[in-house]
Design a protein around this ligand. Sequence first.
Ligand SMILES: NC(=O)C1=CN([C@@H]2O[C@H](COP(=O)(O)OP(=O)(O)OC[C@H]3O[C@@H](n4cnc5c(N)ncnc54)[C@H](O)[C@@H]3O)[C@@H](O)[C@H]2O)[C@@H](O)CC1
Ligand SMILES: [K+]
Length: 500
Amino acid sequence: MKIFNAAQIREWDQYTISHDPISSIDLMEKAAKACVRWINQYFPEESLTIFCGKGNNGGDGLAIARLLSKRDITVYILDTTQKGTDDFQENLSRLEKLPHVEIRFIQTEENISEVNFDGVLIDALLGSGLNRPLQGITARLVERINQSGNMVVSIDLPSGMFADQSSLNNPQIKADHTLSFQSYKRAFLAAENSLHCGEVHILEIGLHPEFYNNTPSRDEQTDEDIIYTVYKPRNSFGHKGTFGHALLIAGSYGKIGAAVLSAEACLRSGVGLVTCHLPSCGYTIMQTSLPEVMVSTDVDKAISTTIETDLSMYKALGIGPGLGTASETRALLREVLTQYDRSVVMDADALNCVAKEPELLALIPAGSILTPHPKEFQRLFGDTSNEFDRIDLASQKAKELDLIIVLKGHHTLIALPDGRRFFNSTGNAGMATGGSGDVLTGILTGLLAQGYPGDDAAILGVYLHGLAGDLAAEKLSMEAMIAGDIIRFLGQAYKSIAEM
Ligand SMILES: NC(=O)C1=CN([C@@H]2O[C@H](COP(=O)(O)OP(=O)(O)OC[C@H]3O[C@@H](n4cnc5c(N)ncnc54)[C@H](O)[C@@H]3O)[C@@H](O)[C@H]2O)[C@@H](O)CC1
Ligand SMILES: [K+]
């Protein structure tokens, strides 16, 4: 699903108005009706206090008030000097025709102390038209709403939150639910906003599909349609050679488990053969845990010497899980990156090695996949002041270095070298557990070895990993699931993708 920015969303509204055609006041009525259906379902009887600004977000609020006027309702209008939009004014005069609805105006800070915060609070102060951080009386009102302790439902966006840029540390509504229209906004994908958005509900308001289809978007949220086009069902005439041979370079003393997890995930991603290059202390552990994996061993407790084998026999290479960052290991990494010219997957300590020796970056083969979590990303590419900047930096580095950057998080970002950015839609907090990243490395390496191009491998692999995690959490709970469970549910995840 494409994610449009605030300007594109405005254009989409305008396109619908002129091509549907529909008047803008009728479009607002549709949006309000969609909200009312939701409110009636979630809060069927509660009294409501509705806070409106004088833009179209406030217009939505006034229309909602009229449609729910049989309830116990109070409407507060934040009466700035600014003139209301046409649709706001029209909805105000429609509402004023209902004498039993109480409309009060907030013009001074004193008025705020007279507000009665009753029942469910509907926040229709500001929406996607926000163009500066809240201040003065608006910020004060927002603060009071947040302090009220009442349930808060925001219309379109929590007031004070920008649709497509960081709002970190700005005054903004802390909503329990956000009812937004038609499609996801960037704001809802940022972890830094999650405490303010609450649960996000996207309501269909019939914006014109032609605009959606014809308007390119840099950002997309991975969904079933995308996965359907990326996933390649297995060729029934294939043999194990068809599905590639992957090499994983992983493990150190005390962290052989990372290599085992990664190797099993790689196998279960569908690859034909897996070889794991391990320090010698991991030999018995790996052979006993996973008889399907071939093992080549190094001499020591950490991987530190030259790999003897001809790397060109491997279709893909994954480096990092449990590797450590010893200087000998870095030397090996340098050698591998120099020798190998197909895509590699680099995670965890492989990335930390690169952070210690940044000149290694230039050796990474084009089209390779890097999978940092935010801390590893920061070590590699430096600090950013907020999540939006971090995503822009990841995107810039993906372009500059011709790499795919998978920035792990609640909505993992997949930044492609051509500038496109995908936000993953599967996964849950249960996956924040040791070894979960090793599993992802294995899956991605396995998909590359099977011949998936890097961008498809990243999009599909991250989605599968999250979906398997969701299935594991459903069965076992987020608390009790562990990384190995993600592997155990990979099969079910594949099955549900195949049925799409
Ligand atoms: N036909 C349409 O365009 C539709 C619009 N809809 C609603 O319209 C909203 C967008 O409407 P608007 O563009 O009027 O935007 P808003 O209702 O968000 O308000 C924008 C106004 O507030 C002012 N403003 C911006 N930042 C401010 C700040 N920090 N403090 C005080 N004032 C500030 C702006 O100068 C502008 O006049 C959406 O969020 C959505 O709720 C929906 O009704 C769906 C249809
Ligand atoms: K709002």
